[in-house]
Design a protein around this ligand. Structure first.
Ligand SMILES: Cc1cc2nc3c(=O)[nH]c(=O)nc-3n(C[C@H](O)[C@H](O)[C@H](O)COP(=O)(O)OP(=O)(O)OC[C@H]3O[C@@H](n4cnc5c(N)ncnc54)[C@H](O)[C@@H]3O)c2cc1C
Length: 502
């Protein structure tokens, strides 16, 4: 019997396991695959872009350096200077120019060790997280495929063959074809595909026939990456390719020839898989004692590199709420704020990928819109708008407070003595940061002692704040003026951390 059973040891299941382990829950992770390693997780096929917001989550839990090391990143910017991102991503294959980002127009950020996104791979992310999970006492059982879920008011049980794993909560982090989602009766709604996409690692006889980078063409798109033989492509076939079949060399070559308009030859295909732009989302992320996170809760095309970032955001949002519920000090309904906050973010990501598919379609109307979008991306405002969306900095939960910081990811505020907010967050508690060193605020914060850390002192840059209350997931719960309103602080603390212990 565990507090939480997590189904799936992908990046989302592992980050959630770390969050729950850090908060003192007993956690068992069940993973279908016997081996953690796979060529699909290593470079180049496993290559993934983490946004600055995701990197910040690693930083706040003391995992930034292990992440950078495992990802082979040795030129990450220093912590003290405001940075202009070196890469800014793309919209529908149209690259953004980082020089055009108007940093002053973005939501406020302070210099931070998590300065920008990181290009990594799934193997690096999973290795860092599983090592951390083990240190935190999480048990990961591999080679266990969950095939049944039952629940009553008290317990949820995951079954795999003859074995039963009972817990107070089960979380399905078992990917886009989630078994848990189907077994627990989650409704999954959205839109059907317009294209089939492929990622291929091949020996290309005449690679010079393919232009490097993203290429939008009259029938779809192809991407030639710097990694030899690694290409991506998509064809607007209405999602007609039968994805239960492994794509053959002949099929892949025919698609690549059609979308590139060349007679390129794939002499050998080493690995290949397909995906579509089917965009579906669970209508709620909770059914009784069963929850969903990551691709299990939402699927969409990889256009715009959002899925992993979205799933890691789910895990950060859910972890501390579920832990507080397990420990019995969560305020009423805390766990349901998970769906309330994360469903709209998932819904936005689905729309973002749909919008990209819509402008890539090979019909004259879509092509006309594509030209218009390309013009907008050539402007400072257009680039800044898209960058704000894809970097995760536009996310703001509606917490019913008009202060511009509330509901947003907290900037890395810093005390005069050099202590950073990110340092204070490493034990997974909330943080009350009090620049006014108000004795009454301190006395109040002590009431939530085991759930909230209090730190006081003058700030290097207080952004006009007297004090701020930050949730364990890094979201600003309350922001006070230079003379903080203690009652407002207590109301916010009550709302997110439950009644004070003393
Ligand atoms: C080509 C491509 C490029 C991408 N690029 C990016 C990018 O740059 N940035 C980005 O943010 N996202 C990107 N994504 C999306 C990203 O890879 C996924 O969103 C992310 O990996 C999902 O993580 P997850 O943990 O939710 O699911 P998964 O990684 O799918 O993990 C699910 C785990 O559950 C296990 N499992 C499944 N069923 C069971 C069962 N019944 N019992 C036990 N275990 C089970 C699986 O074996 C697996 O280990 C890309 C996707 C693709 C296809």
């Amino acid at each position: 019997m565990h507090d939480v059973v997590i189904v799936g040891a992908g990046p989302v299941g592992l980050l959630l396991a770390c969050e729950l382990g850090l908060a003192g829950c007993s956690v068992l992770v069940l993973e279908r695959e016997a081996e953690p390693r796979s060529p699909w997780k290593a470079d180049p096929l496993g290559m993934r872009g983490l946004s600055a917001a995701s990197v910040e989550a690693f930083y706040r839990r003391g995992m930034l350096h292990p992440l950078l090391k495992a990802s082979g990143v040795d030129d990450y910017p220093g912590a003290d200077e405001p940075v202009r991102p070196r890469g800014a991503g793309h919209f529908a294959g149209m690259m953004l120019d980082p020089a055009k980002i108007d940093l002053a127009a973005l939501p406020v950020r302070l210099p931070s060790p998590a300065a920008e996104g990181v290009m990594t791979n799934l193997e690096a992310v999973e290795t860092v997280l599983s090592e951390r999970a083990s240190v935190l006492g999480v048990e990961i059982r591999r080679g266990v495929a969950v095939s049944a879920i039952t629940q009553d008011g008290e317990l949820a049980v995951a079954r795999a063959g003859e074995h039963e794993y009972a817990a107070r909560w089960v979380v399905g982090c078992d990917g886009g074809r989630s078994t848990v989602r189907g077994l627990a009766g989650f409704a999954f709604a959205g839109t059907e595909p317009q294209f089939t996409g492929y990622v291929v690692l091949a020996t290309i006889a005449d690679p010079e026939k393919l232009r490097p980078g993203f290429n939008l063409t009259p029938t779809g798109m192809y991407l030639r990456t710097p990694a030899p033989g690694y290409v991506g492509m998509l064809e607007f076939d209405g999602g007609a390719f039968d994805r239960t079949q492994r794509p053959t060399r002949e099929h892949l070559q025919a698609v690549l020839r059609r979308v590139s308009g060349t007679d390129v030859t794939l002499s050998d295909v080493h690995l290949a898989s397909s995906f579509t732009d089917r965009a579906m989302q669970a209508t709620t992320y909770r059914q009784g004692r069963v929850l969903l996170a990551g691709d299990a809760a939402h699927i969409h095309s990889p256009l715009g590199a959002q899925g992993l970032n979205l799933g890691l955001g789910d895990a950060m949002n859910l972890g501390w709420k579920l832990a507080a519920t397990v420990h019995g000090h969560a305020p009423d309904g805390l766990v349901d704020t998970y769906t309330r906050e994360r469903h709209p973010v998932g819904s936005w990501v689905l729309d973002w990928t749909r919008a990209q598919a819509a402008v890539m379609r090979p019909d004259p109307h879509a092509q006309a819109v594509q030209g218009l979008v390309r013009d907008l991306l050539g402007t400072r405002d257009g680039t800044t708008y898209v960058f704000e969306k894809i970097s995760g900095s536009s996310i703001r939960y509606d917490l019913g407070d008009e202060h511009p910081l509330v509901g947003r990811n907290a900037p890395d505020l810093r005390l005069e003595d050099g202590t950073r907010l990110g340092d204070l967050m490493q034990d997974g508690r909330g943080v009350a940061l009090d620049f006014s060193a108000d004795r009454r605020l301190r006395a109040s914060a002590m009431g939530w002692g085991s759930r909230m850390r209090y730190a006081a002192g003058p700030a290097r840059n207080d952004l006009g704040l007297g004090a701020v209350l930050v949730r364990p997931d890094g979201v600003v719960a309350w922001a006070g003026d230079r003379v903080p309103d203690r009652e407002a602080f207590e109301r916010a603390a009550d709302r997110w951390f439950g009644s004070p212990a003393i």
